[in-house]
Design a protein around this ligand. Sequence first.
Ligand code: FES
Length: 84
Amino acid sequence: MARVDGKLYGMDAVCAHMGCALLSEVKDHSTVCPAHEARYDVRSGQLLEPPKIKPEVPCEAEELRIPLRTYRVTERDGLLEVDL
Ligand code: FES
């Protein structure tokens, strides 16, 4: 889950490439996997940049299960509700 410009976004926080944890940092509506630098849009779960083994060699994207699932998140009385 991430809050960007006051709005909440829910997205699966497991990278589609090899399962590393996402959402440790969200900037400009995107998060980057720390393992191979795949970049995801937290609003849609879409892959913005494919994973890379080396910076100049993208991985095969057709094996990835994308987009990542996203969830509607609302805040009410200090509690977060996630539509599953
Ligand atoms: S595990 Fe996320 S890009 Fe490889």
